[in-house]
Structures are given as C-alpha cells and as structure tokens.
Design a protein around this ligand. Structure first.
Ligand code: DAH
Length: 368
C-alpha cells in the first residue's frame, strides 16, 4: 500500500474555500436557534470539514503550514461571525413570533368607520355575531310548533309559593308525592312557604285562576331543583307545560295532541306513545315517549337500544286541581303535559353531557 499523496498547499486553499462556502450556506439556512446550534457544531466543531483540513496541515512544509493554517483560522472566524449574526437575527424573529402568539387584541374594531362619522378603523378581525343558546333556540321552536297547533303562550314567576307549586296541584302539606321534586326554598315569609318552582305546572294553576275555559296554552320557563349537576341533570333547567281545558276533552285528545306535536316538531317518521304513570295533578297520568330522533327507532346508545326516548309526563287534569281554581269538573275537562326543554335539546343534538349546554364555549354554541 502506498501512502496517499500529501495535499499541495494550492489544493488545501481550494478545500478551505469550499468548506467555508458550504458552511456559510448551511448557516444561512438555519431556521431556528436550535437548528443553528446543530449546524454550528457541524461546520466549525471538532468533526467539521475545516477541523479535518487542520489535521492535513502536518504534511506541509513549515511555510505552507503557516499560511494554510492562517487561512483556515480566518475561514473559521468568518463562519463564526456569520453564525453570531444569524443567531441574533433568529432571536429577533422568534421573539416577534412569540409576542404575536401571546398577543391579546383588546382593540375595538370600528367595522363601519366610513359611515360612522369618520371613526378610524382599528386593527382586528371581522366582528363575529353571537348566537342564541341551543336551549333558547329549542324553546323558540317549541313555542312556534305549539302556536301553529293553536296554543297560546303564557308565563309565570320562578319564585313561587307552596300553594301554586304543590298544594293547588293536589299535594297538600306532607303529601308523599312532594318528594318527587327536590325543592329549594327561599328565606321569605314563614319557613318553606316560598320556593323556586320545581316545575312549570304551577303556571297551569295561575292561568286557570285568571282565565276561564276554553284554555289552550303552553307555558315555558326556568325551573330549579336541589340536584347535583351530571350528564343528565341540571339544577337549573327548563320545562314547557301544556294545558287544555274545554268541554268534552278526552284522553284521546291528549294522545292526539301529543302525536301531532311530535310529528310536527321532529318531522314525519317520529311518533309518540303513552305509558301509565303517576302524577298527583292528573288522573289518569301517563309518561309519553317519542321515537328516538337519533336512530329513528332502530335502537342506539341515546335510547339504550329501545328505539324510544322518554320525554315527559301528562294526563287528564285531576278534579281536585279544578276545585282549587274554581272550575266545575262536571262541565269542563282537560289535559296537561310537561317536559324538559334542556333534555329535548340534549337528545336532539346528540349531546352525551347536558352540562355542555351551559359551558358558554363559542366553539360549541356556533355549531347550532
Ligand atoms: N310537572 C311534572 C314534572 O315536573 C311534569 C308533568 C307531568 C306535567 C304531568 C304535567 C303533567 O302537566 O300532566 O315532572
């Protein structure tokens, strides 16, 4: 094996120039401080092309070694200078990007600057419009549906007396059915006489007190219960109550009205059915269910595979309720129903957790 030819000083000078050029080009390509650190060790570190050329110096004569060594050092320090320049440039752009990312735009955009008396337009994106909460939208749709079926809309107070929330609804004091509602009482008057209504049924009583039959009305509103929030319960929620009082109103009218509401609200193919139940203010009482709007009755997670969703309670107005408001049950009869608006919104939107309705997260609200 023959030794390789020692490099000529001419050749070495060309290699130094080439190594310097490629080092400077690599430095210029560095896109971040971290990348620059890596490139730095590649181009002027111990294993760099320039360092390798240094080891080749030994083969030159003393004169050639001195001048080639000087040119390697000069090249190395020029590359080092480029690295420092690049580093401070990258620091500036990285700082700028960070400030931009953390920036809170607290300026108000004057969208109509030219037409509002010469206001100066300020920076900021276009103004986005707010939305009604899904529960409000659902309530509005329910009202529209019932109005189209010939119902009026009525409202009552959220702070109620024991009389309207319980007693006039056929639940005298200590009636066991009061336990169906976990009640929040207000510190007003005698203890446990004023409360936050636990359902919208007291509005039925108020309506029958002030209006003689015929009555065809729905009563939407906010209700309160001493419940811990979970995926299916909110302590503050909404119900809509329905009440019909007229001559010759029968259970068939109740079933027909619920079916008419169901198909007109959910669309064709969604039907209703009634199952026996108990409420103190209706006799007989029922629970009504609708075809699961998610799977159209096939069976899915939302309806636990049954194809039906339980929506609310209903029944024929109990004669004791008529007695409390002075309507003669021998002349008039009626039916009532009530269900949760939040629950309905949850089912229709396929929400696994009812609490998302209250998060006020714009990403959620803008989906509806
Ligand atoms: N008020 C009942 C509740 O909160 C729902 C209800 C059941 C309303 C039967 C009615 C009815 O008008 O007839 O659970």
């Amino acid at each position: 094996m023959t030794n390789p030819q020692p490099p000529s000083s001419h050749q070495l000078a060309a290699d130094v120039a080439a190594a310097e050029d490629s080092a400077i080009a690599a430095v210029a390509r560095a896109g971040s401080a971290a990348e620059l650190d890596r490139i730095q060790s590649e181009v002027i570190g111990k294993r760099s092309a320039l360092a390798r050329l240094n080891t080749a110096l030994g083969a030159l004569d003393p004169e050639g070694r001195r001048s080639a060594g000087a040119s390697i050092n000069a090249a190395r320090s020029r590359v080092g200078g480029q690295i420092e320049q690049r580093r401070s440039m990258l620091a500036v752009t990285e700082r700028r990007a960070r400030i931009e990312a953390e920036r809170l735009d607290l300026t108000e955009t004057i969208a109509l600057a030219s037409t509002t008396g010469g206001g100066v337009p300020l920076p900021g994106g276009p103004v986005t419009r707010g939305r009604l909460n899904l529960v409000t939208q659902t309530r509005d749709e329910l009202e529209d549906t019932f109005v189209a079926l010939g119902f009026a809309v009525a409202e009552g107070p959220e702070a109620e007396t024991d009389w309207y929330n319980f007693e006039a609804l056929n639940m005298p004091p200590a009636h066991p059915a009061r336990g169906m509602w976990d009640t929040l009482y207000l510190k007003l008057g005698k203890p446990e006489t004023v409360l936050l209504r636990t359902h919208t049924s007291p509005v039925q009583v108020r309506l029958m007190e002030r209006q003689k039959p015929p009555i065809y009305a729905v009563m939407p509103g906010r209700c309160y219960r001493r419940d811990t929030p979970d995926a299916r319960h909110l302590p503050v929620f909404h119900q809509i109550e329905g009440l019909v009082v007229d001559r010759d109103i029968t259970f068939a009218d109740l079933a027909g009205t619920i079916e008419a509401f169901t198909t007109s609200f959910f669309g064709p193919g969604i039907h209703s059915r009634l199952r026996p139940s108990y409420f103190p203010f209706t006799e007989p009482s029922g629970e009504f269910e609708v075809t699961c709007p998610i799977c159209a009755g096939v069976g899915c997670r939302t309806c636990s595979g049954s194809g039906w969703i339980e929506l609310g309670g209903c029944g024929m107005v109990d004669p004791n309720v008529f007695a409390a408001v002075g309507i003669d049950p021998d002349v008039h009869s009626g039916f009532a129903f009530g269900f949760g608006i939040d629950r309905l919104a949850q089912v229709r939107a396929g929400l696994s957790d009812m609490r998302t309705l209250l998060d006020n997260d714009i990403r959620f609200i803008t989906q509806f």
